[in-house]
Design a protein around this ligand. Structure first.
Ligand SMILES: [Zn+2]
Ligand SMILES: [Zn+2]
Length: 757
């Protein structure tokens, strides 16, 4: 801070007082319409830091004539999802083909660098559209012999559409700071040009691995055969059809740009043209869709609020607020979880809601909702449900900061690591994360019985174990690659598959969720849970998992795991090890007989080509079990995984007649969403199959840092006896796990009893 002399300081203070005096007292009386605009806009002031960098980023447009800038605005709607016919890199045809300014209508593969179209992959088809305004739009594309479409040129339009909008925002911001017309003119011309061509933009269905469908540019919802928001006019998805970037441009330029400068370049009253034929039209197409209260909806509400405020139309603001205020009660479970039960989509939704509040910040209008005022928005922020939901974003994480990878949660997403772990129970969602420990000794055991509400996996009763600094038993989480069918299937989870079937999908009326029978996380040594997950399979009479997380000392924890299954014929108990590393797996019993496949007769043996190829009759999940080797087990045996820095030994009591298998299966996460790399990453798992009778799968999981530390695990009647040495002392824990009662007695001097439940 600079030193300012007292006299100068007081002079400055007077000046400031004078300015504010003038501002508040006289401007209202002497106001002209132009001053009014100057005061009001921008409603959302842009970030004005980094002017040098900003100027540099738009330098190429400043060198162009305004006519050349206008020519960069595509005259027809682009296509987003286009793959590479040459290398098939990436996933879901998204982000595969790149484009840079100067490439015109060509695109280049981000994976193999081939430029399209070319002689090998030429435009051999075309689709001609006559727009309502009479314009003739030609969509040329390449169709391969199997009928798959590649819209190279329209993808270049899409990329250019996206690029030129971001340029317009930057140009407007530089104008805002410098008031130099070279910047303002180009921003205004881009926005004005969009307003000229947007009414003729064809509505299209642009979706990964699906043929493109076009609908007339003046047809609002509904579109035959499409779900709400799947027909889009501005972006590829109807949820993004209010032109957000151009809203910003318009908002900024309204603070004093002289629109008359566009009279000869675009049209008379270009500002009104932008407001009517672009911004309002975008709103109208969006609002024509039925309200879905989905994870994308907060984005719509935010843009409605912003559009309404910038266009000075309270009915648009109110439309956004009304939907927004109804959203909470429709989208969240009572425990604060977003209904889809995935941490990624929970966070997306919460972050979306935060931006609606931001968009409303400073809004002084009133809303006409049965007389309720805008002040209700402040009380909405204090809604217990919203507060709980905000909290879940911070709590639903593994100790290494990774979002707990349940259902469609990205395994790559992380926030800060935690320094201590506590247990969480989310009963309405159907998930418990039992945890304890500090620093390197943090442990977390997650089990879910969350049913299916969109973005779910068929994974009831599945566990994730984090210990010794690693995710020793993983759930793969989300992917858009062609192996998605594996990641959502029951078999890729640490749970039990009945008769090689996927768990039931469930419906809103009969959700395939579960019942929590017992839960206790209050004891220092034993955390316990008992879950009846039988609704997951209608053929299951029993499908019940009981877990005890036993803490015997810092960094020394073991898990007693009992899974009871009755109903159906084959019960396949899976344990998959770690997703991040393949490691080595050693079993105490021989498994050396190779097997060609475990796919049942009715299961499909095809390999999927896209993420949508998931029907087990065509693409059975067991086709992902590779290098299968088998043996027989009876009684106690162990499986031990060793990884860099940590390991897991599981003590397994197999019932007589149990077949055991080891296999390699895709771990997917390390492939980083590149389908060409999927087969480079495997992890090693085991499965035990017990057939024809009710099954009890009893096991003890022993995480370790360098070497295993449990001396022995034995079963004496229905008492599990676990022996180990702790601080030089031999200790024996006796675990009783019977119906409705859990008891652990340790010779170290502690005892846990659930009582009967
Ligand atoms: Zn390629
Ligand atoms: Zn999963």
């Amino acid at each position: 801070m600079q030193f300012i002399s007292p006299s100068l300081k007081s002079a400055l203070l007077q000046l400031i007082l004078l300015i504010s005096f003038t501002d508040t007292t006289f401007s209202q009386n002497l106001i002209t319409s132009r001053d009014k605009i100057l005061n009001k806009f921008p409603v959302y002031p842009p970030d004005t830091t980094g002017i040098v960098k900003l100027k540099l980023s738009v330098e190429s447009l400043i060198k162009m004539s305004i006519e050349e800038v206008i020519a960069e605005v595509p005259v027809a709607s682009g296509i987003n999802f286009v793959g590479c016919p040459h290398c098939n890199g990436g996933a879901q045809e998204s982000g595969v083909l790149g484009w840079d300014p100067g490439m015109g209508d060509k695109v280049r593969c981000n994976f193999c660098s081939m430029v399209f179209p070319n002689d090998e992959y030429p435009n051999n088809r075309e689709n001609v559209i006559i727009a309502p305004g009479g314009a003739r739009q030609v969509y040329r594309y390449y169709e391969d012999p199997e009928g798959r479409q590649y819209f190279f040129e329209p993808h270049a339009w899409y990329e250019r559409w996206s690029w030129i909008q971001s340029m317009a925002e930057k140009l407007a911001t530089v104008w805002f700071i410098t008031k130099e017309n070279a910047y303002g003119d180009r921003a205004a011309a881009i926005a004005g040009r969009f307003a000229q061509v947007f009414p003729d933009y064809a509505v299209r269905y642009d979706y990964p691995n699906a043929p493109v469908k076009f609908f007339p540019a003046d047809q609002k919802w509904p579109y035959e055969g499409l779900q709400p928001y799947r027909g889009a006019k501005w972006s590829w998805w109807g949820y993004m059809d209010i032109p957000a970037a151009i809203l910003d441009v318009y908002d900024i330029l309204q603070s004093g740009y002289d629109w008359k400068r566009m009279d000869k370049i675009i049209s008379l009253q270009t500002d009104k043209l932008i407001a009517r034929d672009l911004l309002r039209l975008g709103y109208e197409f969006t609002a024509a869709n039925p309200e879905t209260y989905s994870n994308m909806s907060p984005r719509v509400y935010r843009e409605m609020v912003r559009a309404g405020r910038i266009l000075e139309d309270t009915s648009i603001v109110n439309d956004g607020i009304k939907r927004f205020s109804e959203f909470f009660s429709r989208g969240f479970f009572a425990d604060g979880w977003w209904k889809e039960g995935t941490t990624s989509y929970h966070n997306q939704t919460i972050n979306g809601l935060k931006t609606v509040f931001e968009a409303l910040s400073g809004y002084a209008g009133t809303i006409d909702r049965k007389g309720e005022g805008i002040e209700n928005l402040d009380t909405m922020k204090e809604l217990p449900l919203y507060r709980k939901a905000l909290q879940i974003s911070k709590e639903a994480i593994l100790p290494n900061g990774r979002l707990i990878p349940i259902n469609d949660t990205w395994g790559s997403s992380r926030i800060e690591m935690t320094d201590h772990t506590v247990s969480r129970l989310w009963p309405s969602l159907g998930n418990a994360a039992m945890g304890s420990g500090e620093g390197e000794d943090q442990i977390m055991l997650n089990i879910n019985w969350s049913g299916n509400y969109g973005h779910s996996h068929y994974d009831n009763g599945s566990i994730i174990l984090y210990a010794e600094g690693e995710e020793l038993l993983s759930d793969i989480g989300y992917t858009h690659t062609k192996y998605r069918g594996w990641t959502t299937h029951t078999a890729s989870h640490n749970t039990v598959v009945i008769d090689q079937l996927r768990q039931d999908a469930g419906t809103a009326e009969k959700p395939a969720t579960g019942r929590l029978k017992f839960y206790n996380d209050t004891d220092a040594h034993v955390k316990a849970i008992d879950v009846d997950a039988s609704p997951a399979y209608s053929i299951a009479k029993t499908y019940r998992r009981r877990l005890l997380m036993v803490h015997v000392g810092p960094g020394h924890d073991y898990i007693v795991d009992r899974f009871d299954v009755e109903g159906g014929k084959d019960h396949d108990w899976f344990l998959h090890g770690m997703c991040e590393q393949e490691g080595t797996l050693i079993t105490s019993i021989p498994m050396d007989r190779s097997m060609e496949t475990l796919i049942p007769e009715w299961g499909g043996k095809n390999m999927p080509k896209t993420q949508y190829d998931t029907d087990p009759r065509l693409y059975h999940a067991y086709s992902f079990l590779r290098d299968v080797k088998t043996g027989a087990a009876s009684g106690l045996w162990t499986a031990m995984w060793r990884y860099n820095g940590a390991g897991l030994r599981t003590h397994i009591f197999s019932q007589p007649g149990t077949l055991v298998f080891r296999f390699r299966s895709p771990s997917i996460r390390p492939a980083g969403e590149d389908e060409n790399k999927l087969d480079n990453f495997y992890h090693t798992g085991i499965m035990q199959r017990h057939s024809g009778k009710p099954s009890t799968f009893l096991s003890v999981h022993e995480p370790f840092r360098n070497d295993p530390w449990i001396k022995s695990v034995r079963l004496k009647g229905n008492i599990l006896v676990i022996r180990y040495t702790l601080d030089g002392l031999a200790v024996e824990d006796r675990v009783k796990l019977i119906d409705g009662e859990i008891e652990v007695t340790s010779s170290a001097g502690w005892k846990y009893s659930s009582g009967t439940y």
